[in-house]
Ligand binder design. Structure first.
Ligand code: PHE
Length: 358
């Protein structure tokens, strides 16, 4: 007769020593599996006489239950240990500060266009767009600049090669063609801004062949120049984040506006430092005027029914004035040190409620 106590003790020892769930499973099979040692002992009961079988059977069942319990217990221990090990391994410290500051920067041009858009959006303007490659009609003719008009020479236009019909496409010289596209595509009341790239064949200290403008257009039945001035005054104080900025209209000429005015804002220059706001100096920031009746007509609008104003500002110039960037050409040099200095953090999206600049 085999010593069942010893069988149990040995089984319990090796179960306690099982180091992994796999090892424990192998052990279970070797003890309680179909051909396991304890199962074989159970089978051997069949060879015994009734009395002996009864006693041995009870004993063996106790051993079997004890071994099964030991297996379950060890399994639970190993599983708990595995979970704890995993929890320790995958631990994250949520109190750590965020990753190091992002390397990338938003270019001042993009930032300023976003700031301007946020301000005009607040005033009820929506953003309109047009293509950089324009045709003569949208860039000139519909803007009351007919062929042979001297204003065409002023624009230093980049032209593409002639097409079969003799017409030539061009790189838009201003964002004003978006006025035309908007008036042709929608009915008044119209209240849009159009920020975007513009091109002129000009390159020196203060000109780059590609630059940015933001156009504004308001058309309805009763809009007048007072609205234009009020709109620009509101824009300028919000943009420069100062209490008061004087705005001055200087008579000027644009073929597509009548009357036309150049827009100046007040500034002071003291000790070589330029400050936007009250002062004795003036700075030009763009052109403006009441939309010319011929432009309305070219877009199918009756000038006796509708009128409105338009303005155009240089984005680089606004960025230079606001952020004290001295040299226009540096905008386009892709110098990473410059961008790191003048650029903006990607998550600091300008909003009027959160602050234009933080
Ligand atoms: N398009 C003009 C320019 O580029 C600016 C402007 C826009 C003037 C709208 C008046 C009205 O110089």
């Amino acid at each position: 007769m085999i010593d069942l106590d010893q069988v149990r003790a040995e089984a319990q020892t090796s179960i306690a020593a099982a180091a992994s769930l796999e090892a424990l499973e192998a052990l279970r099979v070797s003890l309680l599996g179909k051909k396991g040692s304890i199962s074989l002992l159970m089978k051997s009961l069949g060879d015994m006489g009734p009395e002996e079988r009864k006693a041995a059977g009870q004993q063996l069942n106790l051993v079997k239950d004890a071994v099964a319990a030991a297996l379950d217990g060890r399994k639970a221990d190993l599983e708990r240990a595995a979970l704890e090990e995993r929890l320790a391994r995958e631990r994250i410290d949520v109190t750590l500060p965020a990753r190091p500051e992002a390397e990338g920067r938003i270019h001042p041009i993009a930032q300023v266009m976003d700031e301007m858009t946020a301000i005009f959006a607040q005033m009820g303007f929506s953003v309109a767009e047009g293509p950089d490659i324009e045709d003569d009609f949208h860039n000139f003719t519909a803007l009351n600049i007919p062929l042979e008009h001297p204003a065409r020479q002023m624009h230093d236009t980049f032209y593409f090669g002639a097409r079969d019909d003799g017409s030539r496409h061009l790189l838009r010289t201003h964002t004003s063609p978006v006025q035309i596209r908007t008036m042709l595509a929608s009915k008044p009341p119209i209240r849009i801004i159009a920020p975007g790239r513009t091109y002129r064949c000009d390159s020196d200290m203060t000109h780059t062949p590609m630059f940015h403008q933001i156009e504004g257009l308001v058309i309805d039945k009763a809009t007048h120049m007072g609205h234009l001035k009020g709109c620009l005054m509101e824009f300028v104080t919000t943009f420069f984040e100062v209490e008061e900025v004087p705005v001055r209209f200087r008579p000027s000429f644009f073929p597509f506006t009548e009357p036309s005015a150049e827009v100046d804002i007040g500034c002071s220059r003291q000790g070589g430092e330029l400050k936007i706001g009250k002062g004795s100096g003036w700075l030009e920031i763009g052109g403006s005027g009441m939309v010319h009746p011929n432009v309305l007509k070219a877009c199918g609008l009756d000038p006796d029914e509708y009128q409105g104003f338009a303005f155009g500002m240089g984005v680089e110039r606004m960025a230079m004035l606001k952020y004290g960037i001295p040299d226009l050409r540096t905008f386009f040099e892709s110098d990473l040190r410059w961008l790191k200095h003048y650029g903006f953090l990607p998550l600091d999206v300008p909003t009027l409620s959160g602050g234009l600049t933080r």
